[in-house]
Ligand binder design. Structure first.
Ligand SMILES: O=C(O)c1ccc(O)c(O)c1
Ligand SMILES: [Mg+2]
Length: 630
């Protein structure tokens, strides 16, 4: 199946757009009229550029306010169409998109519209061109693909067909299965877009908030399954009006777009095994069994400070790398690796970001197959020189240029700790604090990057995204969205900062890019953990007494419970299914911190209601001197 994207979907001038579209691997491009009008070269120049880049023009669009007009506007519309047909001849494309009339002059009437389209089809046929009719969700008389199809059916002309656009159908809640009854050869092109569910005016929603399939909340896969069922076999074309994309990097947005189509068609192929689809068979999405380790890059001084923090949290030094300046700290099922090598990726990460958690190790069923899936989704692979006593650990590049390693139990990777590390005793170990596992990993990024990473994770791993929540920092809003699997063995919270004055925004600025900002460990008994942390000399983040007064008023907790939470600086939340407790470390270095949580099985959240109070407390605090700025 051929892929295509409308020029309106990305930023830049026409040549920049075309280059980015070609570089991302698309087969075709829809020329959006304004992108052409704003460009100062001839249509033949454009045609040549497109061809030189190995692209074809799948569609010229939009042609507005055509059908159902009274005279003299009707005659003028036909004249206007002839001029655009001239242009299409020079551009070298045979398909034009007519979007349903929005003019107050439009008279309505299915037969009148069909007659106009038939007449236009007759004129197009003389030039070997085709006319596609699309229902805009806000069209004056036609705003539903079922009506558009009826018009095309009655036009009954070989050169007149239907154009479907997932946004117009799904935004109005029209059942996409109504597409299944349309003959595939009468669908001239299919445009795809997703969007976040926001209750607003359709036109405004469409022109500003569309995003790539898989990035939003609309059932685009169901839509495309219905299209596939018709036997449609033309291009799948992205048409994304999005304010953020208009100011983003053309190459990055185009690459996201291509990934979204590969991912979408892979899901359609799997969901509709009975339909012969011309799409490659890819390795399936990967189930993540857990976070096997988190790796920090640091220099010796900061590594020693970090080790101190880890020991206060009840970690013990359990291993030393046989060949490299790398230490392993463990408690419960958690492994933290501290890398102070002076070469390789960890060192590069240290030089760019300062001390940071630059790598994540995920436990999967089959590490090699995981990398194959990631590669099929266009993720960059990562490898570095492997020395003696070292395994070549399959890996890809992740957020902020960080690394995601994959371990499995079926290969020697499962014995990485035995093979690469010698076991050591830790004379400096403190008291075990009962931390069991990694509850979640929080990654901070610029807001504009969030959709990219949501699509990245969802297309590679079996994981879903939760609705976006707003977290209030006194200096601005943070948007937070969770990528998680059913079992809770993969929980990533993505935090998008819009302002550099927020805690998250400052973290990005001071560490020069997106990365892991906090790690949350799970305890079965947070008050016992808090007592052990105190015994180990750990300072927890001091929460305002006002918070505890409100907690009592709002949730009617027993006074004794509130007092205990307050003494331990533990924050509390509950939902219909369970309870959640959380406490925080003070700031470490440039805004990194640890969290400890206790969740009862049914609770699915992350304590978002408490985030503003945690952030305010962190802002009251002076940055710790333990890991000074470089
Ligand atoms: O917003 C619009 O006007 C518009 C134009 C052309 C399209 O294909 C479309 O989906 C929307
Ligand atoms: Mg459209």
């Amino acid at each position: 199946m051929k892929t295509s994207i409308a020029t309106v979907s990305i930023s830049g001038d026409l040549p920049e757009k075309l280059e980015a579209i070609a570089a991302a691997g698309f087969d075709g491009v829809e020329i959006f009229e304004n992108d052409f009008l704003a460009y100062d070269q001839s249509p033949r120049e454009v045609a040549k550029r497109v061809a030189d880049l190995g692209l074809t023009i799948t569609l010229f669009q939009p042609f507005r306010d055509f059908e159902g007009l009274p005279e003299p506007q009707r005659g003028q519309a036909f004249e206007r169409a002839e001029r655009k047909f001239d242009l299409m001849g020079e551009l070298g494309t045979d398909l034009i998109l007519i979007c349903s009339n929005v003019s107050p002059l439009a008279l309505g009437g299915i037969d009148r519209a069909a007659a106009d389209l038939r007449a236009l089809g007759e004129r197009a046929a003389k030039r070997g061109l085709r006319v596609g009719y699309e229902a805009l969700a806000w069209g004056r008389h036609v705003n539903d693909h079922r009506d558009a199809w009826e018009i095309v059916r009655r036009a009954d002309h070989a050169n007149v067909g239907l154009i479907l656009d997932s946004f117009h159908t799904l935004s109005r809640g029209i059942d996409p299965d109504s597409i299944r009854a349309i003959p595939g050869d009468k669908i001239f092109i299919v445009q795809l877009a997703d969007a976040p569910r926001i209750d607003m005016d359709l036109l405004y929603w469409s022109r500003h908030f569309r995003n790539m399939p898989g990035e939003g909340d609309l059932p685009v896969t169901d839509f495309m399954r219905a299209v596939a069922a018709t036997g449609y076999n033309g291009p799948v074309s992205l048409e994304i009006f999005n304010d953020q994309f208009r100011s983003g990097s053309p190459r990055a947005i185009a690459a996201d777009g291509h990934r979204s189509l590969v991912y979408l068609m892979d899901q359609v192929r799997q969901a509709e095994p009975g339909i012969a689809l011309d799409v490659p068979v890819l390795p399936p999405r990967v189930a993540v069994q857990g976070v096997a380790f988190v790796e920090f890059a640091a220099d010796e001084d900061e590594a020693s400070a970090l080790s101190g923090h880890l020991r206060q949290l009840g970690f013990r030094l359990t291993g030393r790398h046989r060949r490299k300046a790398v230490e392993r700290f463990s408690t419960g099922d958690i492994n933290i690796v501290v890398n102070t090598e002076r070469e390789g990726m960890a060192h590069a990460a240290y030089l760019t970001h300062g001390t940071s958690a630059y790598a994540l190790g995920l436990l999967v069923e089959d590490a090699a197959a995981t990398v194959a899936r990631a590669q099929a989704m266009g993720a960059p692979l990562f490898s570095q020189r492997v020395g003696p006593d070292q395994l070549s650990i399959p890996a890809i590049r992740g957020i902020g240029g960080g690394v995601i390693y994959f371990l499995d139990e079926k290969s020697p990777l499962g014995r990485v700790w035995d093979i690469e590390f010698e076991t050591v005793e830790d004379p400096l170990a403190g008291m075990d604090a009962g931390l069991k596992s990694i509850d979640h990993v929080a990654q901070t990024m610029n807001y504009e990057e969030m959709l990219t990473w949501i699509l990245f994770y969802r297309s590679i791993f079996v994981a879903e995204k939760s609705p976006m929540v707003d977290v209030v920092d006194p200096a601005g809003l943070i948007r937070s969205q969770v990528i998680e699997n059913e079992e809770g063995s993969l929980r990533l919270t993505l935090n998008g900062a819009e302002s550099h004055r927020t805690l998250a925004g400052r973290f990005i600025a001071e560490t020069f890019g997106s990365s892991i900002q906090h790690l949350a460990f799970a305890s079965n008994d947070i008050l016992a953990t808090a007592a052990a942390l105190a015994a180990n000399g750990m300072q927890t983040l001091e929460i305002s007494p006002n918070y505890y007064q409100d907690l009592q008023a709002r949730l009617a907790l027993p006074q004794k419970t509130v007092d205990a939470l307050k003494r331990a600086n533990v924050l509390y939340d509950r939902d219909a299914n369970g309870e959640f407790f959380q406490l925080y470390s003070t700031n470490i270095g440039e805004g990194f911190f640890f969290e400890v949580v206790q969740r009862s099985a049914g609770y699915r959240g992350y304590g978002a209601v408490n985030a503003p109070f945690r952030i305010a407390a962190q802002k009251r605090e002076r940055p710790s001197a333990a890991m000074p700025r470089k």
